[in-house]
Design a protein around this ligand. Sequence first.
Ligand SMILES: *Cc1c(COP(=O)(O)O)cnc(C)c1O
Ligand SMILES: [Zn+2]
Length: 412
Amino acid sequence: MSYVSGLKCRECGKEREKAPIHVCELCFGPLEVVYDYEKIGKDLTKNKIQSRAPNMWRYRELLPIDGEPTVGRQVGFTPLRRADRLAKVLGIKELYIKNDAVNYPTLSFKDRVVSVALSKAREFGFKVVACASTGNLANSVAALAAAADLHSFVFIPYDLEATKVLGTMIYGTNLVGIKGTYDEVNRLCSEIAGKYNWAFVNINMRAFYAEGSKSMGYEIAEQLGWKIPQHIVVPMASGSLLTKIHKSFYELEQLGFISSSSTKMYGAQATGCAPISTCVKENQDFFKPVKPNTIAKSLAIGNPADGYYAAKAIKQTGGWSEDVSDDEIIDAIRLLAETEGVFAETAGGVTLGCAQKLIKDGRIPLDESLVICITGNGLKTQEAVVHKLDKPPIIQPSLKAFEELYEANKKS
Ligand SMILES: *Cc1c(COP(=O)(O)O)cnc(C)c1O
Ligand SMILES: [Zn+2]
């Protein structure tokens, strides 16, 4: 029951069989999963999808595993909600939040990619899985590997948020902090992957792993009644999520599930780590790697693996890219919480902050439909906002004490 015919180099087009390999052996280009869309078109219908359980595997024909999923079977189908209170503040007519801050089990969109990578790793017969992570991937690999009885190794920059470290350790994984940036962690992991026979989800499993992100795009289309928005703002670290949402809309158009895949894609980054956004804004063909310095640690990749393809998708669709300062990130986190009751992590502040700029600059028109992708949960990056909020008053357990407080606050 496989719809995957093999792998193909994105650069030279050389095809090869499904295998846990990282790059093209001819040109070192990145590899892409190839599907038999004709066969998928015969077997898959909207009705069939809608009759299945509400998780990302309802699109399983479009995901790169051969059998049934064995890891993360509950992941996905997170809420897509109209956000009228926030829309009013932004001055825009039709706004939706796709909310992966409540994805299960580890409260970020990474559960999508990891459930695919680990299901595939099992099919290949791996017993040990591993990753290089900016935080959320670490949480997800540790949790899903634990539940799947896979041994795991997780490598992170040593100075990540406390909750991301604790939220990895708790699952009993082998966590290693590296004195360096994510890009240095990733380079080290490529060397480790060359030496040990492990399934590194974002190295030798990357072609399969990355396909999991498409599910976010399928869900958005289905949840809008098999329509896609005119505009979508997506946060970018490696640039993979944006590239794959773009691909998902294109595939749905190919299958005739939506009438056109004309959504304009907008990439969001933190100013302290904006190689892709700078490349788009300066109309360069290639991005320049940077050394990250931002509170949005989950997006702090200075040399993004899919940066070139993300910039290309943005330009192709007529979208744009923006970036925001740390203060703007915090303001946007608070705005989202106060208007919609959604507590996003720093990446969510990046997404909303950039959406605000794009609307203000007239890049996203006020009377067209917009989806913003919230990809992680604010409880995991509390240190970004803790110093910005007042401490709550503490009083004695008496009515008199409360009345005094209430009257004092009324006066001020
Ligand atoms: C990893 C991550 C992203 C972006 O991932 P890509 O590498 O661009 O696919 C976005 N938001 C959060 C919260 C993340 O953890
Ligand atoms: Zn090649």
